[in-house]
Design a protein around this ligand. Structure first.
Ligand SMILES: [Zn+2]
Length: 522
């Protein structure tokens, strides 16, 4: 029976695409797994009582195994959020898998009941010493993690959420994941309820059957390190060789952090009105309303930094998480989705990448470690690994574009990083983002339009090329995409769309650590 409860942890190293990495985190989860099991084993004498108490964890273990089998992913807070939102929302994730879930449940219940009968007379000596030992070690481990978090200048809340998010031991990790999910859903709950009620009343302005729109959210990727934007190192060779790409060299983030920038880049409301962004649905729902099949694939699990992003994700009919994976895990799923889509069906997919998230060297497989000045100093090594993440992103994006090109149909892709990154650039020696300077407020961004869509909407394509060099922010992009896709909603402002002849530049605002600033303040 323990083997069943431990099985997700045993199977995890077999998962592909970087997910099975036997890294520090896996070792840590293995350690807490042993400690929790030891604590339970030495505290409760009658096995049958212990395993009756563990009944909820048999259920979560079954779900964990289902997710491993179906999506090569562990049960994480992201899936708990999907499950909770599924009962109230349009997304049809679990409905689509009702049968395998039911089957897994029946098999698990059979094994469980048989096991309980078999161990009904089994008794162990309980040992207070061993129980206290396990508790002490658990407290020591979690306390050490808190100290490490605070040492990195994280707030206590962020630190705790980070630890909870990473606690994937079995079987109790599912309790940690559930508590994180509930915490995420409780955020801004009044505005979230308002958002649930909101609908755009979207209309379709032109026939858009068969069209595919893809929105790739980048992470911490600044244009200064892309050869697509003039960097001297060849970090984006594939995109430079791709036709139909319209680089947007002058895009500012709406905030130098993920939790604001991502909801804002998918919202029709400006960052100057943050509460309205929280109180209304994203453009994903506008696509739903006019009959698009919508997907949200994410390599970013809910944690202390994502804010309401997991709630936005559940607007998609099919949200899906790829925990701890390289971004390429989403490519396989993307291919499967395209292959299983019947002609005539229209699609909107959001792909939330891990991109150039710190630590950079953990974001790409070894084959992409091309920039490698072995003798370099600390900063050179940092830049090397950061540039390798850009090279990997270049490959990732060009693979998606190649798949769309092969379909030879009307399609477009928007890529936009949530914000940039400081890389010990000047005397201030700053690393990371959240600061609000020229390094973390600039976002790498471009639009790609397929040849069939370019010829269908030639006027719009020309406008975009003309406006591409303008001073833009991430807020221009959702208006641009709805305009391109021929979706009309009351909040669509065509003067924000680079595809429109009425496009006009605006003041560029951003929200930095809770206060609004415009470009002229910087
Ligand atoms: Zn970010």
């Amino acid at each position: 029976m323990w083997l069943f409860l431990f099985s997700p942890m045993v199977l995890q190293p077999l998962l592909g695409n970087g997910r099975g990495r036997l890294d520090q985190l896996y070792v840590l989860n293995l350690f807490t797994t042993v400690l929790w099991a030891g604590l339970l084993h030495f505290s409760i004498r009658r096995s049958v009582v212990l395993h009756l108490l563990l009944a909820p964890f048999y259920l979560t273990t079954a779900i964990d195994l289902f997710l491993i089998g179906m999506f090569s992913n562990r049960l994480s807070s992201g899936y708990v959020i999907i499950a909770i939102m599924n009962s109230t929302d349009a997304n049809e994730f679990f409905a689509a898998y009702a049968r395998p879930v039911l089957l897994a449940f029946v098999v698990m219940a059979g094994i469980y009941i048989f096991g309980l009968i078999a161990i009904r007379r089994l008794r162990f000596h309980h040992s207070r010493k061993m129980s206290v030992g396990c508790v002490s070690l658990l407290v020591a481990v979690y306390a050490a993690l808190v100290v490490r978090g605070l040492h990195s200048n994280w707030s206590l809340k962020q630190t705790v959420l980070h630890i909870v998010g990473n606690e994937m031991s079995v079987p109790v990790g599912s309790a940690f994941q559930t508590s994180l999910a509930l915490q995420v859903l409780a955020q801004e709950s009044k505005l979230a309820r308002q958002r649930d009620q909101h609908s755009f009343g979207a209309r379709q302005l032109r026939a858009n059957d068969n069209e595919i729109y893809v929105w790739v959210i980048g992470e911490s990727s600044r244009p200064q390190n892309w050869s697509l934007f003039g960097y001297q190192r060849d970090t984006s060779p594939r995109l430079l060789a791709t036709s139909g790409i319209i680089p947007l060299p002058n895009v500012l983030a709406t905030a130098p952090d993920t939790s604001v920038a991502v909801p804002s880049m998918l919202s029709l409301w400006p960052v100057t009105d943050w509460n309205s962004i929280l109180a209304h649905r994203s453009i994903v729902s506008a696509f739903n309303e006019v009959g698009f099949m919508t997907y949200w694939l994410s390599c970013q699990e809910p944690d202390g930094w994502g804010g309401v992003i997991p709630q936005v994700a559940t607007e998609a009919k099919r949200p899906q998480y790829f925990d701890r994976a390289f971004d390429s895990a989403m490519l396989e799923e993307f291919r499967t989705i395209l292959d299983s889509t019947v002609p005539g069906k229209k699609l909107f997919l959001v792909l939330h990448t891990k991109g150039s998230h710190f630590e950079y060297s953990r974001r790409y497989p070894q084959a992409f470690a091309r920039f490698n000045v072995a003798s370099g100093a600390h900063r050179e090594q940092l830049i090397d690994s950061y540039d390798n993440t850009v090279l990997y992103t270049d490959w990732f994006l060009s693979e998606i574009i190649a798949m769309l090109t092969n379909r030879n149909g009307p399609a477009a892709l928007i890529y936009a990083s949530d914000h940039g990154e400081n890389l010990l650039d000047d005397d201030a020696q700053l690393l990371g983002h959240g600061i609000g300077n020229q390094y973390d407020l600039r976002s790498a961004a471009f639009i790609w339009v397929s040849r069939p869509l370019r010829s269908k909407l030639s006027e719009m394509s020309k406008n975009a090329t003309d406006n591409a060099g303008a001073r833009l922010t991430l807020s221009n992009l959702p208006h641009s995409l709805l305009d391109l896709a021929g979706i009309e909603v009351a909040e669509l402002d065509r003067s924000m769309s680079i595809f429109s002849p009425t496009f006009a530049e605006r003041d560029r605002w951003h929200l930095v650590r809770g206060s609004l600033r415009s470009e002229s303040d910087d």
